[in-house]
Design a protein around this ligand. Structure first.
Ligand SMILES: [Zn+2]
Ligand SMILES: [Zn+2]
Length: 127
């Protein structure tokens, strides 16, 4: 078990595969999945985990996302990117809300830190 993983989750893992991005999985899909299954790292720990395994050359990634307002993993999929309005669902009381869980990632090319087409920039959505 890696010390990095232990620091992030504070508990043992059955397998390292549980905390690795799927092949082709994009950054916000991965981070959203980790926050859902393991919890927020309290910083950009899952972002950094993604970067180390899938986008090593994107050395400014966490700094760039922090500048966009991502204070921790769970704010990434709220403040920086939101699920595309096409995926939102009507609730019984007539409100349109993002689904609690993102659908499976549609994939991005290797070494990309870009989101897949499930995500839109939160700025864009606010307009
Ligand atoms: Zn958080
Ligand atoms: Zn995705």
């Amino acid at each position: 078990m890696s010390n990095v993983i232990h620091l992030l989750t504070g508990r043992p893992l059955r397998s390292l595969d549980e905390v690795l991005p799927f092949p082709g999985e994009c950054l916000p899909c991965f981070v959203g999945r980790m926050v859902g299954s393991q919890g927020c790292s309290g910083g950009l720990g899952w972002v950094e985990q993604f970067r180390m395994h899938r986008a090593k050359r994107a050395s400014a990634l966490t700094r760039r996302l922090a500048a966009q307002g991502a204070l921790c993993d769970c704010t990434l999929t709220d403040v920086v990117w939101r699920l595309s309005p096409g995926l939102w669902e009507w609730t019984a009381d007539g409100r349109l809300l993002p689904p609690a869980e993102a659908p499976p990632c549609v994939g991005v090319r290797p070494n990309s830190a870009q989101p897949c087409r499930h995500w839109v920039s939160a700025d864009e959505l606010a307009m």
